[in-house]
Design a protein around this ligand. Structure first.
Ligand code: NAD
Ligand code: MG
Length: 388
């Protein structure tokens, strides 16, 4: 066996896309992992099923009104249940060797911070937390003696080929981007795109929010900021390259001209397995990569005119302070408005830019400031949407 001791795992957001992929890996490896807590937002049926299947100790639903339903679904088992926002935060604080952070958006910030504070191995999918809380979050990781392992495929790739012992020898990191479903669309065509068209990603099957972020390419913008906090490189050394086949997951360039990359088929179970088994490796059911079958890999420079979110994220990375916090909050609100058919596709970046132009980008003093700025930016974004 690849493992010696059984490791305990909690999964925040087990009912989502990353969550289900994680549950799949845990179910295939019952000797390697025991399961503590699983959490979901509203889907109590799936949550209860997962908890029974994995013999979890506890299941937590964010929506308090669903407590009774969860309780009855789990009656006759010895799985404890709880509901509400505080119970989700407690799920992060509950002891476990590994905490998989797979809630979408800043809703995941508090429970993920709990994992950092108690020194867990935090397998981080929830990139918004790192974008929003930035250096304050990595400081909590340090203070708590936690280990942060990225699950985002690009960052997992970089983590696997980044020489942390010879940081000076790294000249740049290159995040590859599929370009999303609208890679070849004109601005005119994008104007009319519906939520259904935006969430139909060519290579990856993901949650609605990140799928829309891929279509605007804000996802790559968030990932630039995520990379800045995960890897000791200056912001200018973080580059984006469009690579529609999503085979090369990202690259690190060294001063001697060497470029190291990690490749694989587009299946999130590979980076999730990497994080769960770290520092070892476990097998994952991902399809084997056959470059001979693929034949051709192509690359393009990103287009910041058609994808202004990339420009906005670059500016926020350079401005620092609360700029990424504001950008992330405004983007979450704008994406929800687009999915709710209140605004058009191109309005997403417009809303984000307007909220950023209003200012309020001062340095972040502490985590309370992050929560306050996030809340305020959400109100401002809602007001901008009302005026559109
Ligand atoms: P998803 O929408 O499929 O799942 C989100 C999960 O969070 C669900 O379990 C949901 O119940 C839970 N949740 C949502 N709102 C909540 C709230 N207010 N309180 C508590 N729980 C809540 O999303 P996903 O695609 O799995 O993405 C999860 C995170 O991983 C995101 O931050 C995303 O950017 C990141 N990520 C996803 C992928 C992917 O392939 N799906 C790849 C890289 C990174
Ligand atoms: Mg990614």
């Amino acid at each position: 066996a690849w493992h010696q001791e059984r490791r305990s795992v909690s999964v925040l957001g087990s009912t989502g896309s990353i969550g289900c992929n994680t549950v799949d890996l845990l179910a295939r490896n019952p000797d390697a992992f025991s399961v503590e807590v699983l959490t979901g937002n509203r889907n109590v049926k799936l949550l209860a099923e997962q908890a029974v299947r994995l013999k979890a100790k506890r299941a937590v639903v964010a929506d308090e009104s669903l407590y009774g339903e969860l309780k009855s679904l789990l009656s006759g088992t010895n799985i404890a249940c709880a509901a509400g926002e505080d119970a989700i935060i407690e799920a992060g604080a509950h002891p476990s060797d590994i905490l998989v952070a797979a809630i979408v958006g800043t809703a995941g910030l508090k429970p993920t911070l709990e994992g950092a504070r108690r020194g867990a191995l935090v397998a981080l999918a929830n990139k918004e937390t790192l974008v929003s809380a930035g250096a304050l979050m990595t400081q909590e990781v340090k203070n708590g003696g936690a280990t942060l392992i990225p699950v985002d495929s690009e960052h997992s790739a970089i983590f696997q080929v980044f020489d942390f012992e010879r940081v000076q020898a790294v000249s740049k990191i290159t995040l590859t981007a599929s370009g999303g479903p609208f890679r070849e669309k004109s601005l005119d065509e994008m104007q009319a795109m519906t939520p259904e068209q935006a969430v139909a990603h060519p290579n990856w099957d993901m949650g609605a929010k990140i799928s829309v972020d891929s279509a605007t390419m804000m996802n790559k913008g968030l990932e630039m900021i995520e990379a800045f906090h995960l890897f000791p490189v200056p912001s200018e050394a973080i580059e984006v390259l469009v690579h529609p086949q999503s085979v090369i997951h990202s690259m690190v360039s060294y001063v001697d001209g060497s470029v190291l990359a990690q490749l694989g088929t587009p299946d999130m179970r590979t980076p999730i397995a990497f994080a769960l088994a770290w520092p070892k490796r476990m097998s994952a059911p991902s399809e084997t990569l056959s470059l001979a079958d693929i034949g051709t890999l192509t690359f393009e420079a990103p287009d910041t005119v058609r994808f202004p979110a990339l420009r906005l994220a670059r500016e926020c990375l350079q401005t620092g302070g609360a700029a990424p916090t504001v950008m992330n909050a405004a983007n979450e609100v704008a994406v929800a408005a687009f999915l709710g058919r209140k605004i058009g596709f191109l309005d997403i970046a417009r809303v984000v830019e307007k909220v950023l132009d209003e200012g309020g980008l001062e340095p972040l003093s502490d985590l309370d400031a992050v929560f306050a700025i996030d809340a305020e930016a959400r109100l401002r974004a809602a007001a901008v949407i009302d005026r559109l």
